[in-house]
Every structure is written in C-alpha cells, then in structure tokens.
Design a binder for this molecule. Structure first.
Ligand SMILES: [Zn+2]
Length: 439
C-alpha cells in the first residue's frame, strides 16, 4: 500500500490539544497509521514518499456540518424554485463538490437539497466517479403545508425546490421511509416557517408530529435534523427526539436545559447571517435584514456559548450553497464567528470544525483528528490557525490536501458561465411607463 510521510510539521490534531512541534504523520492507503517519532521510524523502514512539511501546520481536513451542495448558489427563491432542472443541477453539484474540497473540506453533511441528488452525488464520490469530499446526505426537507422559509413557494402537497410537503402523520411515515430507501443519511425537518403576512418564523409542526418523524427514522437507523428559528420549536424538537438542531434562534432557558440534558448537537449556522451583516453591502445585498441578523447572532450566540460550556456538541456549518455563501469560499467563516461572537479560542473553534463535526456525519472516531487509525484527511498550510482561524479561509496558504489518503490537486478550478436557464432574467428593472419616455 502506498505510504506517505508528512515530515516534521506542527500538528494540530483536532482533539483540542495544543499544537505539537516537529511531529511527523505517516499515512498508509486511506489511513493515518502513526504520529510522532514512531511515524519517522516506520517510514524509514517502508520506502514511504516523504514530504517535508517543517514550518507548516498539519491538521485534519475541515468538516462542514451544514452544506446545500445541490442548490447551485441561487440569489433568490425565484431562482432556486423555478430555475433548477434535475440533470443539470446534478452536473453543477458535482462541479461544486470539487470547489468545496479545494477549500480544505474533506467531508461534509449535505443537509437537504434538490431532486435526491445528494445521496447520488455521495455515492458517485465514494465510487471515484466524481472528485469531492466524503459526503453524508439528506434529501428533500420535510415541511407541513404551512411551509418553510420560502413562504408561498411551498405547495400544498408534493415537492418543490428542496421541500417535500407531508400533510398528515401517515404521510410523514410514508415519506420518511421512502427517503430512507432513496439513500438519505439524515432526515431534515423545517420546524419553523415564514408566513408572508407574519413577521419572523412561526412553528409549523406539533411535538407529536415531530415524534412520528423521529420514531420512524430512528427505527430505520437514520437520524433527524431540524431547522428551528424560535424557542418553542427548539424545545419541541429536542423532546420529540431530534438529533441535531440547526439555528436554535432565540433559544430560551427550557430549551437550553433540555439540550444540555440530552446532549443534543446544535449548529447555529451563523455564517449566512454574518456574511449578510458584515459583507452584504459588498455584494449589493438588501440591507433590511442586517439589524435583525446582528441581534440574532448576539442573543443566540450567548445561549450557544452556555450550551457549549455545558458539553453540548457545537457544530460548525457554513450554509454554503447560496449567493451569500458560494461554494469553496466560506467554509472556515463559522470558526471566525465562534471566536468573535461566542468567545471560543481559535483552537476550540478548530476542534468544533474537525472532531466535533464528526458528530454531524455520525462518524466519531473515524474522521476529524490526526490520530492512528483515523481516515487520512489532512490539510497542510502555511501559518498558525491556532492563533488566527481566519487564515483557514485563505486557500493561497494551502500547501497540501490529502483526502482519503490521496493528494488533491489544488490548481484553481476555472470559473464557469451560467447555464441557459439557470438565472432569472427580467425584461426591465422597472415598468417602462409613458411618463418615463415623455415626462
Ligand atoms: Zn441550511
């Protein structure tokens, strides 16, 4: 089996331990087999290929707990719901998986997405037909007919975009079973939704209904994750048995207590909010929501910190897949937010984005650390992310990336042009009135 020695780098192992200077890592096939002096000795006896990484940081490949690989960076719900076709969306998703990989991400959870592409892409990557990070995948997000964040784009039944509407408990059972058959690793539920005439998101599932989904999925060995903006949704999801809570916006004391009691993993997925809040203007984003998002990060961030201190697995996810969070650009941004808004140390944030994120994949003990027996997913870069995590967003610092034991080509992927039907187009920016011409 091909052996590779990453010789004498500074190892951040992903467990939270302090960086270890002058430490070698030996890879054999798709596994890390030894670390430290043992690795040097074993490599000398085995004709391993040696890469000198002295002066560089060696760490686990990043794990992204929250990606939507099939959405294709839409700038609006109009584009997302009406400008996507199954075959072309699958090709574009395969293209984007390479971008995610080149950003140092060696595995990710595709939370939900379009047309059952997620499980198919996961399998294509595993088979070697497509290059990309190791994936775990969901499929359509379950919604009641009240809908999710896309308001009236959600139909009364059937599928639209990333949504699948379930109208009653029988249908919940039927659809969960079919999604498991279709290859879903995790069932996603949109517990809250935006109603056009109401402000904020309201809870659109009952605890009983959530329990039906959880029981059906768990009986088949599949986990459930839930989108929750609002305290009641978070509490009911936890009590119903949901395994991962996303957002947990405005979480209250009872939710926090239940989360801590059951050690339910939580991912705030602040990156989308943080990007809009801090950088939105650079991309011409609407400014109306920035204040709301800023407040949400402050309030929810304080509760997240308490959950983290009480031992809740804090997941690091980027929401990559939208025009505010394009693929391959922001996978390290959530770590910056954890440092800035939650007061984590850079090393603690790195631990969230590596070994803790293995929880999101259901792969604890398999990925996320530099230890013997773990999968050989290794990032080598210039600089010390244990002092400044933001450097993990700078791909120009990456020197080597090993994914499943193989070195990844880091030569930039050429930009592509949009497909014919991919973007929404307008005839004009405003109505062409008679006055505009003659006034
Ligand atoms: Zn999401």
């Amino acid at each position: 089996m091909a052996e590779l020695l990453l010789s004498r780098g500074t190892v951040i192992d992903g467990t939270g331990a302090a960086p270890r200077l002058d430490t070698s890592v030996l890879v054999s096939g798709d596994r890390i087999v030894s670390v430290g002096a043992e690795a040097d000795v074993a490599a000398a006896a085995s004709h391993a290929t040696v890469i000198d990484v002295s002066g560089l940081t060696v760490m686990p490949g990043l794990i992204d707990a929250h990606v939507h690989i099939t959405l294709g960076e839409p700038a609006s719900n109009d584009e997302l719901f009406f400008r996507r076709e199954p075959a072309s969306a699958a090709f574009v998703a395969a293209h984007n998986a390479r971008k995610v990989l080149q950003a140092g991400v060696t595995s990710f959870l595709d939370v939900d997405g379009l047309f059952n592409i997620g499980p198919a892409l996961r399998d294509a990557i595993a088979s070697g037909a497509v290059e990309g990070p190791t994936m775990k995948a969901g499929t359509y997000a379950l919604m009641t007919a009240v809908g999710g964040t896309a308001g009236r784009f959600i139909p009364d039944h059937g599928t639209a975009g990333y949504a699948e509407v379930v109208r009653d408990k029988d249908e919940m059972i039927r659809v969960v079973r079919r999604q498991v058959k279709d290859g879903s690793d995790v069932i996603k539920v949109h517990v809250t939704g935006a109603i056009p005439t109401r402000s904020g998101e309201i809870q659109v599932w009952t605890r009983d209904e959530l329990k039906v989904v959880c029981d059906t999925a768990h009986d088949l060995g599949v986990r459930v994750s839930a989108h929750c903006r609002g305290d009641g949704a978070t509490l009911d999801s936890i009590l119903a048995g949901v395994d991962i809570i996303w957002h947990a916006s405005y979480m209250g004391e009872a939710s926090l207590e239940a989360m801590v009691d059951r050690k339910v993993a939580v991912g705030p997925v602040f990156t989308f909010l943080a990007n809009l809040d801090e950088y939105g203007a650079k991309a011409g984003a609407a400014s109306s929501v920035q204040d709301v998002f800023h407040r949400e990060m402050e309030q929810t961030g304080a509760m997240m910190r308490r959950a983290y201190d009480a031992g809740v697995p804090l997941l690091c996810g980027s929401e990559s897949g939208f025009s505010i969070t394009p693929y391959g650009h922001w996978h390290a941004r959530e770590m910056e937010v954890f440092v800035e808004h939650l007061g984590l140390s850079p090393l603690e944030a790195i631990t969230c984005c590596t070994s803790t994120n293995a929880v999101a994949l259901g792969q604890q003990g398999e990925v996320g650390t530099i230890e013997p027996g773990r999968r050989a997913d290794v990032l080598v870069l210039e600089g010390d992310p244990s002092r400044d995590v933001s450097i993990l967003g700078d791909k120009s610092r990456f020197r080597h990336l090993i994914c499943r034991g193989r070195e990844v080509d880091l030569a930039p992927i050429p930009e592509r042009t949009p497909l014919h039907t991919e973007k929404t187009a307008s005839w004009s920016a405003v109505p062409l009135t008679w006055d505009m011409v003659h006034g």
